[in-house]
Design a binder for this molecule. Sequence first.
Ligand code: PMP
Ligand code: GLN
Length: 380
Amino acid sequence: MLESRLPQVGTTIFTRMSGLAAECGALNLSQGFPDFDAPPALLEAMARHVREGHNQYAPMPGVLRLREQVAAQVRHYRGVTCDPETEITILPGATAGIFCAVMACVRPGDEVIVLDPCYDSYQPAIELAGGRAIHVPLTTADFAVDWERVAAAISPQTRLVMVNSPHNPSGSVLAAADLAELEQLCERHNLFVISDEVYEHLVYDGRQHHSALQFPALRQRSFAMFSFGKTYSVTGWKTGYCVAPPALTAELRKIHQFVCFVAVTPVQMAIADFMAAEPDYPASLASFYQAKRDLFCEALAGSRLRVTPSAGTYFQLLDYSPVSDQRDTALAEDWTRRHGIASIPISTFYETPPRQRFLRFCFAKQDEVLLRAARILCAI
Ligand code: PMP
Ligand code: GLN
């Protein structure tokens, strides 16, 4: 028998809930992906590049024209200059990028601080690198970082801190003061950072996204991860990028070249075309998704669920404690089977789940689907 390298791991909650939704014919607001298509010009560019024969390996760090577009956007949206040759790497999705960055940083016996609820791919990557995840919970009231608890979790073995803002699954957003705290801690203890910013453009109610790239000392020790899948509504194209200083980028690429070697060529060329033609497209996302969040939340006004509108991402947590005392994993399954609506139980993202009752719903859906979902939830 093969001894498992990941004995605690089964099939991800996203795969399980999407599978159950399909089996039951339920509305699927579980796994995070849009149910509408990407901008037509992007789809056409993809088809064109395939037809025109751009179907062989791209350069290992990514198509240069795309890296140049990324540099232009980082300058435009974050006011930060980065070198496409030495600081930007195109990767086959942020998941792969995070995996490679963890492999680059973590040695056997190292500790990595993660903030619970934390995205499901972090811990397995840490374990496969021989490290140990040290879980620090976000505050139960508003999913904020308790920096004193983070500081207290740092030991001589700590090598890396992983943060995610806007945050999946809670939708909370780090303030500039949070990144300043992180910067100080990492300088003091000489730590690296993976800053998962895949939902960077999805922040609401006039809030700003603060990137690790905007804090000079933090930037020197950070791998900032992004996903074209979120920004351009093409999660199935699995393409993202990492911005990191040259020495960190060099180590990331050493691993990337033996995990995947490259990201998909025509996808990179199509995204480069679209970014050049529509540089303002990402700026339209906040109002587009905020309108969907508002539609969903307002349609839930008549329900017994408690709603605090999400500050970022395309996820909305609903507090079901007035309706049920069941565990969230059982309830998510029950509502999928009995009521035809699938969601994600967030206890699966904790080492030690608190006594909270939340389900996560993805609102990257057509308005009519969100209204149908709200009608179901109002009747529960
Ligand atoms: N980090 C977070 C917080 C995510 O929600 C996701 C995807 N949903 C990813 C990383 C992975 O992105 P990708 O699909 O580009 O691998
Ligand atoms: N990140 C997506 C979510 O949070 C899912 C991606 C996946 O299925 N691995 O729903």
